[in-house]
Design a protein around this ligand. Structure first.
Ligand code: BEZ
Ligand code: FE
Length: 287
């Protein structure tokens, strides 16, 4: 293979992969080379621009460690995470809940909590009762579903960002025999995704804001069902239509209803105003 130019180099590179014995990998690489070369032919980067692109990716890698994953943030802010999600979890069944981005703040094996418990350990904020039911595609309640929840505090920070000594605003619940889950927390706030790395710089120089609308994260796991990774967003949030990571879907937006002091729906006596969210989840049977 010699005398390659802008017209024939793509085929030459693809030919070099022809001996790849993993058919799926070969398909992926052929497509990657085809699209990457087409992108470059379209954009015609200068060598200076290409060096800057490599430098950006290098800095993105250098920002990563076991706590921080800047490449996922890049995928999130370019809409790639949500595209992969859409390709894998598209559902038109209204009985199956929609999924959205996991985000970087999930911590496996959160503290186990019991039905109705408060998870606002060591944090202050407006009280918030979150409850609902988990059902299958026919609407039948699902018992013993593991429901992991995590969220920011009322200032928009996760416990892991504040280096608290123990977990807060994250917990694991198990649905009861009627498929119910319930917990008390504080109302989460909108917050900026981490902006101290190259992705933050990209948002800044392209005139994009880094904010996500207020949300509570959920991961639901049950034997025989697809794991659901999702979030429920506050209906009145100003960032619903400009989420920095493109994660909002209409079906995941719900009122965080403001209620006056008095008896809460679960019987708790409230001396201050509080919010209430009810949200039911539908799980899809694994096939
Ligand atoms: C989150 O919702 O926790 C999140 C998602 C994507 C990027 C950053 C944060
Ligand atoms: Fe979040």
């Amino acid at each position: 293979m010699r005398n390659l130019n802008a017209n024939n180099i793509t085929d030459a590179v693809i030919e070099e992969f022809s001996g790849c014995r993993d058919e799926r990998l070969k398909t992926i690489l052929n497509s990657l080379v085809t699209h990457l070369h087409a992108f470059l032919r379209e954009v015609e980067p200068t060598e200076q621009e290409w060096t800057e692109a490599i430098d950006f990716l290098t800095r993105t890698g250098q920002m990563c460690d076991d706590q921080r994953q800047e490449f996922i943030l890049l995928s999130d802010t370019l809409g790639v995470t949500m595209l992969v999600d859409a390709l894998n979890h598209q559902t038109s069944d209204p009985m199956v809940s929609e999924s959205t981005v996991l985000g970087p703040f999930y911590v496996p094996d959160p503290p186990q909590a019991s039905q109705g418990e408060s998870i606002d350990w060591n944090v202050e904020g407006e009280p918030f009762l979150v409850e609902g039911r988990v059902h299958d595609e026919l609407g039948q309640p699902l018992a013993n579903v593991v429901v992991d929840v995590w969220q920011s505090d009322s200032e928009g920070f996760y416990d892991v960002q504040k280096e608290l000594e123990s977990a807060s605003l994250r917990a694991r619940f198990t649905t009861d025999d009627q498929g119910r889950y319930a917990f008390w927390t504080v109302t989460p706030a909108p917050y900026p995704i981490p902006t101290d790395g190259p992705v933050g710089k990209m948002l800044e120089i392209t005139g994009r804001h880094p904010y996500r609308p207020a949300h509570v994260h959920f991961m639901l796991m049950a034997e025989g069902f697809d794991t659901l990774v999702t979030q429920v967003f506050a209906e009145d949030d100003p960032y619903l239509d400009s989420d920095a990571v493109f994660g909002v879907k209409d079906s995941l937006v719900k009122e965080y209803k403001l209620l006056p002091p008095g008896r809460a729906p679960d019987g708790r006596a409230m001396e201050v105003p509080f919010r209430h969210l009810t949200y039911d989840f539908g799980l899809k049977a694994s096939r």
